[in-house]
Design a protein around this ligand. Structure first.
Ligand SMILES: [Zn+2]
Length: 223
């Protein structure tokens, strides 16, 4: 068996996709790349030397969500992704809904894990440069210039210092205020439960004191 070249595999993973790959969501118009495309890319780029492992499934009926942790391993390196899906608690067809929601959360977790290897970034960046989002960040400008030399280091540090909302399909980069608010919620692991203010689940928001909640609601309303 030929030796596995991790660096080469990751280069192939990060390479731009053919035009037409990026899709727009029907509900909110956000650009995305279908999961099947990602899976196919990883499969081809690594010569099948990758694995996907579901590490944790948390089905929380009372609070109406499913949380899944998925680990993707490529060569000797692994990355974890967390996916969430909200469960409708109206009663009818709940079992079916839950299994669908697990699939949905797994898909999101896989996407999040693969995202740390910058899959699809070159393709998605042009769609996000006009928004208060990551695409216009000067540190990532190289993504918009095909063939430009990549500043590996700057890009890698981004993945560790930025916090993005884990709510399904949101992915918004948290502002300093949003990040600070998460710190005000008692016994919340904010490194895992990252939400923009809009998407912090009600049951978590309620844990913060009224005083804190009012203060932050004012901050976010004034924007
Ligand atoms: Zn959000």
């Amino acid at each position: 068996m030929e030796t596995f070249d991790y660096t080469k595999a990751i280069e192939r993973i990060k390479a731009p996709f053919p035009s037409g790959t990026v899709q727009k969501r029907g509900d909110n118009g956000r650009a995305y790349i279908p999961n099947q495309v990602y899976t196919d890319r990883v499969e081809a780029a690594t010569g099948s030397r990758w694995s996907r492992e579901i590490r944790d499934v948390d089905i929380n009926i009372p609070h109406g969500y499913v949380k899944v942790v998925v680990r993707i391993t490529i060569g000797e390196h692994f990355r974890d992704g967390i996916g969430f899906a909200e469960i409708d608690t109206d009663g009818s067809g709940r079992g079916k809904t839950v299994s669908n929601k697990i699939d949905q959360a797994v898909a999101e977790a896989v996407r999040e894990a693969l995202d740390t290897w910058q899959i699809g970034w070159k393709d998605l960046a042009p769609y996000y440069q006009d928004q208060k989002d990551w695409g216009k960040n000067p540190a990532l400008r190289h993504l918009l210039l095909s063939g430009a030399p990549e500043e590996q280091h700057a890009v890698q540090s981004r993945a560790t210092v930025e916090h993005r909302c884990i709510f399904l399909n949101c992915g918004k980069q948290l502002t300093a205020d949003e990040w600070a608010f998460l710190g005000e919620i008692p016994s919340l692991n904010k490194n895992k439960m990252k939400y923009c203010f809009e998407h912090v689940p009600q049951h978590l928001k309620k844990r913060a004191s009224n005083e804190v909640l009012q203060r932050y609601e004012q901050i976010f309303q004034s924007k």
